[in-house]
Design a binder for this molecule. Structure first.
Ligand code: AMP
Ligand code: MG
Length: 323
């Protein structure tokens, strides 16, 4: 892939205007959301969408999430039944992605959905993201702005490191409030099936979906949920009680005294989620600089966002499970 000059933009009105102009011309732009940094393209432009797959090295069989301005805008593209509308009205704008039947009239191109009859849609709760979509006046596809399979980006410098020279611009809008990807659910019949744990914990979903949140009628499998994903270069040792000599230790809670990094000294799982990807990247860098082979990671409780963090850790450690 030829190197291109990646413009550095701020979240000023003028720079967002520049980003919108770039998107209109089929360019691809990194931008902040409340989950992680996304890589945006005009969802109606097949050439632009193909550039996203190429820049990330993402398999073309892995469909993209479509980001929209509001719930009425969503209903232009997907069949919003009663359950979807209830969830959307409660959680949008916010980090919930709904997989729904695509309307035949949708302008989202086939490249974005990998040919699936469904569309994954959400409305991001971030001013920059909403302004981009609103000013463009078209849906935006946005996977995370990192090399496919590697650690997700939660600030603009992560995007520049991973994709600088491969994308047209990145908007710096500070660090992402949640720090974890959206929760993805599919509505199957009247049932709500979680395809990917994420920034909305199951307890919050259950408080709205109630008994609808149950085992799906058929096993729900999301395309592209790969066994190995979110991986740093250094091998991981999970559920570590302490870091050993020659390891970088990523701790959690007040007992992790002496840890190189602590996701949350107060054992606050939301703070841990916010810090997770940034500290995983920092631990990876520290391991490389000291020629250490392993990052040891403390036990993360399975409560609240802990479930999503543990899902990412298991996938990140997939290729070194034998440790
Ligand atoms: P990300 O890679 O974080 O952008 O998340 C995209 C994920 O959303 C994909 O890997 C799929 O698992 C899921 N997804 C997107 N579109 C669909 C769809 N039409 N049906 C089922 N899952 C989808
Ligand atoms: Mg991703």
């Amino acid at each position: 892939m030829n190197q291109i000059n990646t413009m550095e933009l701020t979240s000023s009105q003028k720079d967002i205007g520049t980003a919108v102009e770039l998107l209109r011309r089929g360019c691809i732009v990194g931008f902040p959301t409340e989950t992680v940094y996304g890589l945006a393209a005009d969802a109606t432009n097949p050439k632009a969408v193909r550039r996203i797959f190429a820049a990330k090295g993402r398999p073309s069989s892995n469909p993209l999430i479509v980001h929209l301005a509001d719930i009425e805008n969503a209903s232009d593209h997907v069949e919003l039944g009663y359950v979807a509308r209830m969830l959307g009205e409660h959680f949008w704008p916010g980090p919930l992605t709904l997989v729904l039947p695509a309307k035949p009239s949708t302008t989202v191109c086939r490249e974005a959905t990998a040919g699936a009859p469904t569309l994954a849609v959400r409305i991001p709760a971030h001013d920059v993201a909403l302004e981009l979509i609103g000013c463009l006046g078209r849906p935006i596809v946005a996977p995370s702005a990192n090399i496919s399979g590697r650690v997700s980006p939660t600030c603009a410098s992560h995007v520049r490191l991973d994709l600088g020279g491969r994308i047209d611009a990145v908007i710096d809008g500070n660090s992402c409030p949640h720090g974890l990807e959206s929760t993805i659910v599919e509505i199957i019949g009247d049932g709500v099936a979680v395809l990917r744990d994420g920034a909305i914990p199951r307890t919050q979903l259950a408080s709205v979906a109630g008994t609808l949140l149950r085992n799906p009628l058929r096993p729900a499998a999301a395309p592209g949920q790969l066994a190995s994903h979110y991986a740093p270069s250094t091998r991981l040792r999970l559920d570590a009680s302490t870091g050993q000599h020659g390891e970088v230790w990523l701790g959690f809670g007040s007992e992790a005294t002496g840890a190189d990094f602590n996701l949350s000294e107060l054992a606050d799982i939301n703070e841990a989620a916010h810090n997770f990807y940034g500290m995983l990247r920092a631990a990876d860098q520290k391991a490389a600089s000291k020629s250490y082979q392993i990052i040891a990671i403390s036990v993360i409780p399975q409560t609240g966002l802990g479930r999503a963090i543990n899902d990412r850790l298991r996938r990140a450690a997939h290729d070194n499970a034998a440790l």
